[in-house]
Design a binder for this molecule. Structure first.
Ligand code: ZN
Length: 288
């Protein structure tokens, strides 16, 4: 049996099991300071005989194996979490091997193993919510190198007449700066889920920029499937619209039949892509 943790800014989801059909137990712990949060995580997981733990976490996180800070949250605005050695502390407390990756690489792993990306290689998972982030599984392995992918921070060509400055503190009008949940809220004056009659306009805008961002992902990583998740992706018609507009962006160059049919899809595992990806990370950690 594996343990899995999906570490987020508002909550830590914990589960034990082996896959989507065998989740023996799960719990949700609100994110507070590291000591309180991690001791609740450990308290839950020690009740079960887990062989290894997989952690899919918010970032940025150091993922270079052998690096002295491996498994450590490197820089984050979340109070108290900067410099926390998430993997090391959980490994020490639980006495089992720990695998760690980003939340979006975790979600990509879950969808690749059991969800919309089954049998596909590479698989890309992009979330559009509080931020925009992306992960990729290539040859069965989550992609990271010197750093981990930051697909939300690619630049996007502006729509004519769009004067919105963008809200990314680093780049202003990168993809995340233009169409994350908070960016849409700034543009429309209300959260994306409360837009009412303006929903269609928000979907049109967001899908155009997402297609422009994903064009770069398609040409660089050559995914066989793009899974689009996160709160904003649940706006009616958004995922389908991104798929159609992405084809426009590709303009017939390097396009296959696979790009034309169900290429951009919602997560098959719903909100569980990341936590289930934790099981895949645990399995890999046990085998090292
Ligand atoms: Zn940015």
């Amino acid at each position: 049996m594996w343990g899995a943790v999906e570490a987020g800014g508002t909550k830590f989801v914990c589960a034990v099991g082996t896959g989507p059909d065998r989740v023996e137990a799960r719990t949700v712990i609100p994110t507070s300071d590291p000591d309180t949060t991690l001791s609740s995580v450990v308290e839950f997981l020690t009740r079960y005989p887990i062989r290894a733990l997989g952690v899919a976490t918010f970032g940025p996180v150091e993922l270079r194996e052998g690096h002295p800070n491996w498994g450590t949250i490197t820089s984050t605005p979340k109070p108290g979490w900067k410099g926390v050695n998430l993997a090391g502390r959980l490994a020490e407390s639980l006495g089992v091997p720990v695998g760690i990756d980003t939340d979006v690489n975790g979600a990509a792993l879950g969808e690749w193993r059991w969800g919309a990306g089954r049998g596909m290689d590479p698989v890309v998972y992009v979330t559009v919510g509080t931020g925009v982030g992306g992960g990729a599984v290539i040859g069965g392995r989550p992609l990271h190198g010197l750093v981990h992918p930051e697909m939300g921070h690619v630049s996007v060509t502006r729509l004519p007449g769009d004067e919105f400055a963008g809200i990314c503190p680093f780049h202003g009008d990168c993809l995340e700066g233009m169409v994350s949940g908070p960016a849409l809220e700034r543009r429309f004056g209300r959260p994306p889920s409360e837009l009412g009659s303006e929903t269609e306009a928000a979907v049109s805008l967001a899908s155009t920029y997402l297609a422009r961002g994903l064009r770069q992902v398609v040409y660089v990583l050559c995914p066989e499937k793009i899974v689009l998740g996160g709160g904003v992706s649940r706006l009616p018609g958004l995922v389908g619209s991104v798929g159609v507009k992405l084809l426009d962006e590709l303009a017939g160059y390097g396009v296959t039949d696979q790009h034309r049919a169900e290429f951009v899809v919602p997560p098959a595992l719903g909100d569980d892509s990341g936590i289930l990806g934790g099981f895949v990370l645990a399995e890999a950690a046990a085998g090292r």
